[in-house]
Design a protein around this ligand. Sequence first.
Ligand code: MLT
Length: 405
Amino acid sequence: MVKINENYGKLPGSYLFSEVARRISAYTAAHPEAKIIKLSIGDVTRPLVPAVTEAMHKAVDEMGTYEGFHGYGPEQGYPFLREAIAQFDYKARGVDIKPEEIFVSDGAKSDCGNIGDIFGVDNKVAVCDPVYPVYVDTNAMAGRAGDYVEAQGRWSNLIYMPCLEENGFMPQIPKERADLIYLCFPNNPTGSMATREQLKQWVDYANENGSVILYDSAYEAFITDPDIPHTIFEIEGARTCAIEFRSFSKTAGFTGNRCAYTVVPMELERDGAKLNTMWNRRQTTKFNGVPYVVQRGAAAIYTPEGHAQVMESIAYYQKNAQVIREGLTAAGLECFGGVNAPYIWLKTPGGMGSWDFFDLVLDKANVAITPGAGFGPSGEGYVRLTAFGDAEATRQAVERVKSML
Ligand code: MLT
């Protein structure tokens, strides 16, 4: 009889955003008249910008010709996109990343999960708490997380780094030695942002301990503060200890288009192996690349028009973040994040449980949010709101929550 991966049986309930969607559907089925405004999953609502759609149309036309047809592309991404990324996302910031260090993929979520393939199961994994659940669940699936302790809402073998109001929602270097360290800045879900000095501490720690930092920078386009680093590779020493994940999802509205990339520097070696070579081996074996048409669309955001257009969309979402933050703060709620990030981390009023507050807001304001407890035990007592909605709907949602209070 076949043996299954028993780690799946240890996973509690369903994936956070599936559970949130399930509850919204159940509510809508019971209250068909309710006009729900979703500020829950961080999914974009603005259409692709004209530079992207024009590039994609052109690429579709090319694909319909013998000369312009593309079959399997390079698994790592087309040179035109890898070169544009190296030039505009890195070199323009004074960071030297070579195209061969960039692996184009179908999503930062997939890469954050798949990266575990190149690491042994005995590694000690450190995660922020609260945290984007993909890091935790994928390590649990791989057998690195141990057992789920229901009463504590924690995995027995993970190192949790509490990100709390008293530490500015910043992870502290753990006492226990961590091999793999997941960091996400701008942070999902708290919206906090690490300074250069804070990241330097992590880089030094990783280099001293032979650890690897898995740096998720999917929301970097939302950074407004000029002193805040956009990439971990702005930090000296990061090339020997960090892998970075980036995405076109939130930067250019590609959640339905699927395009992202991961940077694995050539100098990054562990146990005598080059992680770039290993990731290349993994990708060429298990992945056949992102569609040509999509990569052409992604590359269009690096043209002057494309860049200006996507920055306009980002500004639109940043304005939403401001509307949420200021509106709810004026209503007497405590809000964090939402400045260099598209997420607002809200303290529930009166110490209410986050799922209870989720249910209350859904029922009384017909607004869907994400319960903080779904991101980890330290998320209890908080909820997350996304700025990726339509501006008018966001304004209405804030008004509804205010009148509910
Ligand atoms: C989120 O809401 O945290 C994200 O949209 C989920 C994702 O990017 O996978």
